[in-house]
Design a protein around this ligand. Structure first.
Ligand SMILES: NC(=O)c1ccc[n+]([C@@H]2O[C@H](COP(=O)([O-])OP(=O)(O)OC[C@H]3O[C@@H](n4cnc5c(N)ncnc54)[C@H](O)[C@@H]3O)[C@@H](O)[C@H]2O)c1
Length: 276
C-alpha cells in the first residue's frame, strides 16, 4: 500500500471485541498491521497483516512485538472486574512492559484503552472533566488509573506521547438506559482511534470515548484538540430502550451499579459485569 501514514502499527487485544472492530480502519493506515493477543484470532491475518502472539506480562515477548513499530493501539488486557492477581499480571505489569519497551524501541505514540470507570463513582448529576480527581469504581478501574498515570509519566519524563481513551459503552447499539449517556458506536470508535493516531501533536491527551449522544456526563477533554467529531447518537434508540428496559434500576453513579460488583466475590464478576 502506498503513502500510508504509518509503516507498522501494533494492535494489542486484536482478538477482543474492540480489536476486531478496529482492524479494517487501522489496516488502511499502515504498510503492516501487527495483530497481537495471547489467544488465537477468529479471523486469520489478511494481506497487510501479521499475527504475533504475545503475553503482555512477558517483557521479552513485548520487546519482540514492538520491534520496528511506529504506533501502538493498546486494546489488550483485562476488560472487566477481576481478581487482583489477574489485573496485576495483564494490566499493571502488562502496561509497564508496553511503555518500557515502547521507549526502548523509539515508538512515538500509544493510543491507550482506558475506561469511563476511572470516574465511575461520580454521581450521574455531575458533569465530570479529566481535570477532576479520578474516582474509580472497581479494581479494574484502578488498574486503568495506573495506566493513565504511567502514560503521563512516560510523556513528562521521556516525551512518549499517549492518547488515553476513557471508553464508554462500546457496542453495535446501546443495550441499557445507562448507555444512552455513554454509548460509543463502532464507527465512532474507529474515527476516535484514527484521530488519536493522526493528530500531529498529541502530547498527553485524555478523551472520553462517546458518540454524539444527547445526554452526557463528561466535558472538557481533548476530543476537539485531536480533531475527534463523533457522528452517531444513542438518541435514535431511546424510545425502544425505554419500552424494553424502562424498568431497569436508575443509576446513581456514572459507572452504573458498582456496588453490585465485588472484587472479593468472583461470582459477581461475570454475573453482574460492570456496566460498560
Ligand atoms: N468494550 C467496551 O465497551 C469497553 C469500555 C471501556 C473500556 N474498554 C477497554 O478497551 C479495551 C478493549 O476492550 P474489549 O471490549 O475489546 O475487551 P476484550 O476483553 O474483548 O479484549 C481484550 C483482549 O485482551 C487480551 N488480553 C488480556 N490479557 C492479556 C495479556 N496478559 N496478554 C495479552 N493479551 C491479553 C484478551 O485475550 C482479549 O482478546 C480493554 O482495555 C477494555 O478495558 C472497553
Amino acid at each position: 500500500m502506498e503513502n500510508t501514514p504509518f509503516q507498522r502499527i501494533i494492535l494489542t487485544g486484536a482478538a477482543g471485541r474492540l480489536g476486531k472492530a478496529l482492524r479494517p480502519g487501522l489496516r488502511a493506515l499502515c504498510e503492516t498491521l501487527v495483530l497481537s493477543d495471547r489467544i488465537e484470532l477468529d479471523e486469520a491475518p489478511a494481506a497487510g497483516e501479521e499475527f504475533i502472539p504475545c503475553e503482555l506480562a512477558d517483557h521479552p515477548s513485548v520487546s519482540h512485538l514492538l520491534e520496528g513499530a511506529d504506533l501502538v493501539v493498546h486494546m489488550g488486557g483485562i476488560s472487566q472486574e477481576c481478581s487482583f492477581d489477574a489485573l496485576l499480571h495483564s494490566n499493571l505489569i502488562g502496561q509497564f512492559n508496553l511503555y518500557d519497551n515502547a521507549l526502548a524501541h523509539g515508538v512515538k505514540r500509544i493510543v491507550l484503552a482506558s475506561t469511563n470507570h476511572v470516574t465511575g463513582f461520580y454521581p450521574v448529576e455531575q458533569l465530570v472533566t479529566p481535570h477532576m480527581p479520578v474516582r474509580p469504581d472497581s479494581l479494574y478501574a484502578i488498574s486503568k488509573c495506573y495506566g493513565e498515570t504511567l502514560a503521563r509519566f512516560f510523556h513528562d519524563r521521556h516525551g512518549l506521547e499517549s492518547v488515553c481513551l476513557r471508553i464508554g459503552n462500546c457496542s453495535p447499539r446501546p443495550l441499557s438506559l445507562r448507555a444512552l449517556s455513554c454509548w460509543l458506536s463502532h464507527a465512532d470508535l474507529c474515527e476516535l482511534v484514527r484521530c488519536a493516531a493522526l493528530t500531529p501533536h498529541a502530547g498527553f491527551a485524555i478523551v472520553y470515548g462517546t458518540s454524539a449522544n444527547a445526554a452526557t456526563w463528561w466535558d472538557g477533554d481533548d476530543a476537539a484538540r485531536i480533531g475527534y467529531r463523533p457522528h452517531d447518537s444513542s438518541e435514535i434508540f431511546r424510545a425502544e430502550l425505554l419500552a424494553t428496559a424502562g424498568n431497569q434500576a436508575k443509576c446513581v453513579h456514572q459507572g452504573g451499579n458498582p456496588l453490585n460488583v465485588d472484587y472479593r466475590q468472583p461470582a459477581t464478576w461475570n454475573n453482574r459485569r460492570l456496566s460498560r
